[in-house]
Design a protein around this ligand. Structure first.
Ligand code: NAI
Length: 478
């Protein structure tokens, strides 16, 4: 075997390749990026470690990075989100066979344990020959976290005891870093020193980056891809509008129409979730902590109230906050029989799954993978999707290609920016210039038959912009 990798089954590669071929047509931004930058190879010399859901859409992203000259190693950023046929196709590559893979090393399969998940992340960060990675492409910040924590503990000369961790998952990270410190006390320090930058995909990962910047702990520059308008106002909203009902339906096949559905959080993801559930005929109730978002939800026609008011009567509960302990074990105990509970925020702690498992007399019954009935002592039960993790990726296949083409075109442009212009990005967190954001949108107009109006010179002067853009100030909110 030419290179190291670990996926479920390479014989799925042919199916994966067929779906990648269809997805390429639906990802005009990425394909245009290949055509524009392919000849100049701006990512030659880039060794990119990617930690982002290993789906068919991500396969098109990976192969775009390779087409621009990069060497790549990849993992999923969630234990349930890998599409095994996509992972196999990426390893085999367009020119390889399952017996002679010629693609990209991927370490990901659907249904990893937490130990396997973090092992995979370490593998993708461990470059053969030790001269990489020099770039990270992250989703949720786990790869960035591992490098930062590893370097921090190496500097301190010790890793905290796993028993001191505030979650089962962080205990796994501490065990991994403890073993790595014993084997090589400079491993993460050396990796951190080589990294030129990270491009971060999602709201939760971006929060982590700004926190590290605030605390003076950020070790390399970062581009916040999430806050490109063509990412968060599209993927988070229209992507969820598609993949949330898809996940609920594939998981449960319950009719959404007529049900009362609660959406916790009315940010970009919450807006898409509420719209989708209303589109299916549900009566949607929103919970919010921010008066602006709460008012938006009310103006959009939703009832806005506290969870306590509806916990015993609603049928479907979806968390979208990026915050923790939104639905507690006590809430779940009080829900009506066969209420459906799911999360589409980045991490699984929006729903207190650990607390649920500790309810006296509770029974967990697997209906099928990623769909569990939790039966309480009194005989009533609730249905939890994807064990409280991203249900749109665990129970369905995540966002569709067209919307991910917008997000991933931002990712590719951000990788090129950080890799080729290090002097312009000293350590800190940046967003892409608006002109590039507009470029990403422009690349997706033709496919939808959109005809754009061109400003006259006089009109451009009147509103104070260039005919070619950017058309809005950085304060504009869309
Ligand atoms: P956002 O910041 O726009 O929205 C979150 C909203 O939740 C905010 O309006 C906030 O006020 C509200 N909130 C916070 N605590 C709350 C509480 N206790 N109760 C009720 N509301 C509360 O963030 P965005 O972009 O909507 O992302 C939300 C989460 O979804 C993040 O974790 C993000 O990483 C993730 N995400 C998931 C995707 C998926 O495919 N499943 C796609 C994109 C983002």
């Amino acid at each position: 075997m030419a290179f190291d990798f670990k996926v479920a089954d390479l014989s799925l590669a042919e199916f994966g390749r067929k779906e990648i071929r269809l997805a390429e047509h639906e990802m005009p931004g990425l394909m245009a990026t290949r055509a524009e930058y392919g000849p100049s190879q701006p990512l030659r010399g880039a060794k990119i470690m990617g930690s982002l859901h290993m789906t068919v859409q991500t396969a098109v992203l990976i192969e775009t990075l390779v087409a621009l000259g990069a060497e790549v190693r990849w993992v999923s950023c969630n234990i349930f989100s890998t599409q095994d046929h996509a992972a196999a196709a990426v390893v085999v590559g367009p020119d390889g066979t399952p017996d002679d893979p010629k693609g990209v090393p991927v370490f990901a399969w659907k249904g990893e344990t937490l130990e396997e998940y973090w092992w995979c992340t370490e593998q993708a960060l461990t470059w053969p020959g030790g001269d990489g990675p020099n770039m990270i492409l992250d989703d949720g910040g786990d790869a960035t976290l591992l490098v930062h924590k590893g370097a921090e503990y190496e500097k301190a000369g010790a890793v905290p005891a796993p028993e001191s961790a505030d979650s089962e998952e962080f205990a796994v990270v501490l065990r991994l870093l403890g073993a790595s410190l014993a084997a090589d006390p400079q491993k993460w320090t050396n990796i951190a020193a080589r990294i030129k930058g990270v491009t971060e995909e999602t709201t939760t990962g971006v929060h982590r980056l700004y926190e590290m910047q605030r605390d003076g702990k950020l070790l390399f520059p970062a581009i916040n891809v999430n806050d490109s308008v063509t990412k968060s106002k599209f993927d988070n909203k229209y992507g969820i509008r598609h993949s949330l009902p898809d996940g609920i339906m594939r998981g449960t096949d319950v009719l959404i129409g007529g049900k009362v559905a609660v959406v916790c959080g009315y940010g970009d993801v919450g807006k898409g979730a509420a719209e989708a559930l209303r589109g299916q005929g549900a009566r949607v109730v929103v919970t919010e902590i921010d008066p602006i978002n709460a008012l938006q939800a009310a103006m959009d026609g939703y009832q806005v109230t506290v969870l306590e008011d509806v916990v015993e009567t609603a049928d479907i509960f979806i968390t979208t906050t990026g915050n923790f302990n939104i639905i507690t074990a006590d809430h779940m105990t009080r829900m009506k029989h066969q209420a459906i509970v799911g999360n589409v925020g980045h991490f699984d702690n929006e729903i207190d799954m650990a607390g649920l498992a500790k309810v006296p007399g509770i029974q967990k019954i697997e209906i099928k993978p990623q769909v569990h009935e939790w039966r309480f002592e009194d005989g009533h039960s609730i249905i939890v999707l994807s064990e409280g993790r991203l249900l749109n990726l665990g129970n369905a296949t995540g966002h569709p290609s067209f919307v991910m083409s917008n997000s991933f075109t931002n990712q590719v442009i951000a990788q090129i920016e950080l890799f080729t212009k290090p002097a312009e990005y000293p350590t800190g967190v940046y967003v892409l210039p608006k002109i590039l954001d507009e470029k990403v949108a422009r690349l997706h107009l033709d496919a939808l038959g959109v005809k754009l109006t061109t400003l006259t010179k006089e009109q451009a002067a009147y509103i104070g912009v260039d005919v070619a853009g950017p058309y809005k100030s950085d304060q504009y909110r869309y």
